[in-house]
Design a protein around this ligand. Structure first.
Ligand SMILES: N[C@@H](CCC(=O)N[C@@H](CS)C(=O)NCC(=O)O)C(=O)O
Length: 212
């Protein structure tokens, strides 16, 4: 089914080859929705211009512009807003317990796995020179730490649950999907021995939203 345009008056500033905009794209694909998009040339450093800093003072995409001009950055904040507008399927949980579990797992996936892999790129890639104080030794240490982070997830998924936060697909799975996608680009693979993570990963790759 073709996604339906949620509003032709909102605008999503994004860039197709970066993990955080990808989180929002996967989220929208799972919801079956789309929005008018403005392509920002991140590699051409359009995010670092004075013009773009009026859109996001941190110089990052994604940013969602609402009909009244309000600007929302931070991929999870954008996803939460979209969840409010289009509650089904619920990707942030559907009752007190599942909402807390999704929050817990999304934060864990972000801080333990996506963040670890992201730090490898942030602290070594030429692109971030001058934007952050790079510490190449930290990049190396995070690269070494990544397999153990995936191994932690493997031990968790050994209980047989189909999705990271439990029985339902959620935004925590999306954070895992972008972590593995980014890891692939940085040559940080999920160790072959981690059968539970691989089973989860195969299921994620089979979802149509994987290629959003
Ligand atoms: N915490 C933010 C992070 C956004 C972010 O890091 N965006 C990157 C792309 S993945 C970016 O726009 N970088 C542009 C730059 O460094 O100039 C979020 O979740 O949206």
């Amino acid at each position: 089914m073709e996604p339906c345009i949620l509003s032709d008056k909102m605008k999503l500033y994004e860039f197709p080859y970066a993990p955080n905009p990808r989180r929002v794209r996967i989220f929208m694909a799972e919801k079956g929705i789309d929005l008018p998009r403005v392509a920002v040339d991140v590699l051409g450093k359009e995010t670092r211009t004075a013009e773009f800093s009026k859109i996001n003072s941190l110089g990052q995409v994604p940013v969602l512009q609402l009909e009244d001009g309000t600007l929302i950055s931070e991929s999870v904040a954008i996803c939460r807003y979209l969840e409010e507008l289009r509650p089904a399927p619920a990707l942030f949980g559907s009752d007190a317990k599942s909402r807390a579990q999704v929050e817990m797992w999304n934060r864990r996936m972000e801080s333990e796995i996506f963040g670890t892999i992201g730090n490898v790129g942030l602290h070594s890639d030429e692109f971030f020179k001058g934007k952050i104080a790079q510490v190449p030794a930290f990049s190396d240490a995070q690269r070494k730490a990544a397999p153990e982070k995936w191994a932690w997830l493997d031990r968790e998924l050994a209980d047989g649950r189909p999705f990271i936060a439990g029985e339902q697909f959620s935004v925590a799975d999306i954070t895992g999907m972008v972590a593995s996608w980014l890891g692939g680009h940085l040559k940080i693979e999920i160790p072959a021995s981690l059968t539970h993570v691989h089973r989860w990963h195969e299921r994620m790759r089979a979802r149509p939203s994987w290629s959003a």
